[in-house]
Design a protein around this ligand. Sequence first.
Ligand code: TMP
Length: 395
Amino acid sequence: MKKNFLNLGKQPIANSFLSSISKNSLKREYFYRLIVCFNTRNFLVSVKDPVDPKIQYTDKYAHRASESQTMQSAFKLVAQNLQKRFKPRKIMEIGSNDGVFLKNFPKKKVIAVEPCKNLANITKKKFKTYSSFWNKKLSKKILKIHSKVDLIFSSNTISHIPNLKETFEAINNVLSDRGVLVIEDPSLSSVIKINSYDQFYDEHVYVFSALSINNIVKDYELKLFDVEKISNHGGSLRYFITKKKSSFKITSRLKKILNDEKKQGLNSFITFKKFAKKVEKSKKKLVALLKKLKKKNFKIISYGATYKSTTVFNYCKINNKFFHYVTDTTKNKQGKFTPGMHIPILSPEKGFNESVDYAYLGAWNFKKEIMNKEKEYLKRGGKFITHVPQVKIIR
Ligand code: TMP
């Protein structure tokens, strides 16, 4: 049974940055209700009414995985480790974005799957790329041309696909008998621990735990045999899944993580009700802090036009009365406006200057990288604001 626990209100599509805020453009802006629920049968946490993927993953999709140095290094390292551990002959990535993971493998071994045409056009220059949503039809098409795949990798994508049945059945079609499916997604355990409620937005249809993945894959003749904690995106899990009959043994670290999640209560609805109360408190505290700083006439901006901040801004009703603007390094976000709250986005060169007193960390998941980069800002007395793990000022 699915039980609702969190209502984040009316929300726009998180990656739908607006080129114009004319009356006509605003009329067309799409909104939905972001309600999050818990399935008491398989412990899966999901968005109650997912948005149609055709509205989300278009040829205007803004996110470039290569944009952060942290992610470039993380993908290189995982590619090297997977190569060493599983020695795959054929590798496929579901949601290959701009090829930041696949570029670490020889061209001939690689298949890219990416529904956003603007991104698929980048990898097409180098790799065999299927510009399509991942489904059974595509899996059959791939099998007609290629051999079965030994390593399927998917980072921050499976949690975006509403139809898990179709997804895992299609994976089962192309995965070789000793093949391994490796999935990375934000971890529910971390979300609860650090109160990062902004991990819920339209694209994150699911926030997985080892407990829920362990249950779900069983329905599709697959088994979870290992799991690894990773620091990506404020705490993620990397799941290792294989065919039910394959000889991979369940690792002790998987057993430990399953136990830890049970201790944390990720199999119990009460945990999520408590979390929802904390989220409400976080909203009140953030708005109160911004109001106080505004009254004192400080200039506040937001650092990083992230999808996560779309949730925070729209849930807390933070608009350009609070933030002068948002800065972001991504070229195709600059000059646009944030979804829902319509705050202008500038390049850091234009916007991150002497005049800024406070910068809200929209990209809190890259805190380390940003603190290193912005030492001068901090030195001259500039401050950051974050809501993770609690609302506070970073000096
Ligand atoms: P993500 O959390 O969805 O990956 O998005 C991070 C966004 O933050 C992305 O648009 C790039 C931006 N960003 C900056 O503007 N400056 C930075 O130093 C970093 C690390 C990211």
